[in-house]
Design a protein around this ligand. Structure first.
Ligand SMILES: [Zn+2]
Ligand SMILES: [Zn+2]
Length: 277
């Protein structure tokens, strides 16, 4: 390894159905982009649905979770000495279904777990096929409900990282007023010692900005909340995509350090100088 540079802590797997490419191709791109570490975060099996309805849509089916771990471990072995590879999960948090989730949390010694909220009362609000539902909603209320669910997820204590913090903005919907729960969620993030993910997928979506916004990153910095980076790559060539925009926003917010994980333990590392030419 040529020295510690950057980690991309959010990338998907062909097992999820909504991602393309082989594991080693994600690793290849990471090396090409000068990263020193990556973490695979396949979607946790659909613990929140009755077993008969778990179709594996956009998530790993339970029977393939072992394969997922094996495949990631294989890449980790092959890349030993050049690229660190972490084994993690993105968990779609659904309140009230925690009992079904627990076995997956203990299934493996995950390096870290991402907390994600993609559903508000069963509505997949970030799914392009369901974007029309926004038209029937008070957008402010959508944000309020979203942050309430996110906070419930944070309080479980199961997670290390809060993924795409302000996800409801994906298609450009803005609350048009201050959402108190947004502030509450940031404070809870700090109080729970959770790491905030700076997710660059937003740059590739209609909203055209990172999650969370620069405004929120400034607040997070003032609260002393630590951050990590994730591309949310669904294709190998998306690994580290937009990282220079994210680093620019982080610097502007005041950040000088990022966080990486080893077996659930977080460590700080300095934002490398000269990564972005
Ligand atoms: Zn997600
Ligand atoms: Zn994701």
């Amino acid at each position: 390894m040529t020295g510690f540079t950057l980690c991309d802590y959010h990338m998907h797997t062909p097992l999820c159905g909504d991602a393309e490419g082989e594991y080693h191709e994600y690793a290849q791109y990471a090396e090409k982009r000068g990263l020193s570490e990556i973490g695979f975060t396949g979607h946790c099996p659909q613990y929140y649905l009755p077993p008969a309805e778990r179709d594996g849509h956009c998530s790993i089916v339970q029977e393939e979770l072992g394969t997922y771990i094996e495949e990631v471990s294989k890449v980790a072995r092959n890349k030993q000495g050049t690229l660190e590879v972490r084994t993690a999960l993105e968990v779609d948090y659904v309140p009230g279904k925690e009992k079904g989730l627990v076995p997956f949390l203990h299934y493996y010694d995950w390096d870290y777990l991402l907390l994600s909220v993609h559903f508000i009362n069963g509505w997949a609000f970030d799914d392009p096929r369901q974007v029309k539902v926004f038209d029937e909603k008070d957008v402010g209320k959508v944000y309020t409900e979203y942050y309430r669910i996110l906070m419930q997820g944070m309080r479980t204590g199961y997670f290390h990282v809060v993924a795409h913090f302000d996800l409801p903005k994906k298609f450009g919907h803005r609350p048009g007023r201050n959402v108190r729960e947004e502030e509450d969620a940031l404070h809870l993030c700090r109080d729970m010692g959770l790491v905030l993910e700076v997710n660059t997928a937003g740059l590739r979506k209609p909203v055209k900005e990172v999650y969370p916004s620069l405004r929120l990153l400034k607040k997070a910095f003032n609260l002393g909340i630590e951050v990590c980076l994730g591309s949310d790559a669904h294709r190998p060539e998306e690994v580290a995509a937009g990282f220079c925009s994210a680093l620019k926003a982080l610097k502007e917010a005041g950040y000088t350090h990022l966080v990486c994980f080893r077996n659930g333990e977080k460590h700080q590392y300095p934002i490398p100088e000269g990564y972005c030419k």
